[in-house]
Design a protein around this ligand. Sequence first.
Ligand code: NDP
Length: 336
Amino acid sequence: SRQIRLAARPVGEPRASDFETGMAELDPPADGQVLLRTVYLSLDPYMRGRMNDAASYAEPWRLGDVLQGGTVCEVLESRSVALAPGDLVLAYTGWQTHAVADAEGLRRLDPAQAPVSTALGVLGMPGFTAYTGLRVIGRPQPGETVAVAAATGPVGSAVGQIARIDGARVVGIAGGPRKCRALVEDFGFDAAVDHRSPAFEADLDRALPDGVDVYFENVGGAVGQAVIERLNRFGRVPVCGVVAGANSTTPPDGPVLHAVLRHVLSRSLLIRGFLQAEFVPTHHDAFLEDMTGWIRDGSVTYREDIVEGLEAAPEAFRGLLTGRNLGKLLVRVGED
Ligand code: NDP
C-alpha cells in the first residue's frame, strides 16, 4: 500500500515536509476481513486538530502513522460472507491506496442510490452534521433568518438548504465572489456576503435587515464575532466548528468571555456545541431517509471539489484551511 504519513507536527499552516510518502506490505486478510482499494479519500478540517499534540476530544495522531480519514473503497478480496469482491464500502482507512479491514464496521454502498462519493459528503458525516446541528439545536422556524459561514462547504451548503426547506430565510457567508455567486445560483440561498471584502460589516447589515435567529457557527474568529453581535433575542447558535483558528498559533481575535456572556444573558441566547457522533444513534436513520429524498427531488444539491491522486492530498489539505476548495474536498485515489 502507498501511504502518506505524519512526518512532523505542523506549526501554523501545514508544510510539505510535515508529510512523508512510504510503502507498506499488507498482511493478507484474516477471517472476517477484507482487502480494500481506496477509491475516494475525504479531507476534513478536523484532521488539522489531530495533527497537533494538544489533547482534544480525540487522541492526537502519532508521528510516523498513516494519516486517518474517511474513505470509499472497493473490496478486492473478501474473507467475510457479508462482502464480495467488487462491493463498494464506506470505510475509515485513511491516506493510503490499499488496506485490510474488518468487514464489520464497513457500510456497503449502493451506486444505484447515489454516486458513492456522496457517502463522504452530503449523504455522509458532513451532511449529518448539518442536519443534526440545525434540526436539534438551531430549530429554525418559518420566517426566521439563518446565517452560516463556510457556506459553500459540505456542512454549510447543507445547513442553508435544509433551513430553506424548513421555511427560513438563509444568508451565507463565504470567501470571494465566486463562492458567493455559487451560494445564490447553485444552492438557492437568499443572500450571500463575502467575508474577504473590505465592506463585509456593511454588507452583512444589508443582508440581515431583521437580524439573525440561528447562527450555525462553522468558523469563529472575526466572522463569528460579527454575526453573534447581530443575533436577535432567543437566538440559537449550534457551535459546530471554529476552523478560522485551525492554523493559528495564537487565539484568533474575538470578544473576551465576559463580553460574550453579557450578550448571551441580555439576549437570552442559546449557544450549544456538539459533535455529530453524539446524534448517530438517535438521528442517523432519519437523516439518510430525508437527505436521500431531498437529493432525489432536487431540494438539496451538492458540489464536490475532487483532486486527482493520493500525492495531491497534502497540498489540497492546505487549501481546505485557506478556503481554496469549493464544495466537498475529495481525493480520487483510484478509478471509481
Ligand atoms: P469546508 O469545506 O467548508 O472548509 C472549510 C472552509 O472554512 C474553507 O473553505 C473556508 O471557506 C472557511 N474558512 C477558513 N478560514 C476561515 C476564516 N478565517 N474565516 C471564515 N471562513 C474561513 O469544511 P466542512 O464543511 O467540512 O466543515 C465546516 C465546519 O464544520 C468546520 O469548522 C469543521 O471543523 C466543522 N465540523 C464539525 C463537526 C462536528 O461534529 N462538530 C463535524 C464536521 C465538520 P471560505 O472560503 O468560504 O471562507
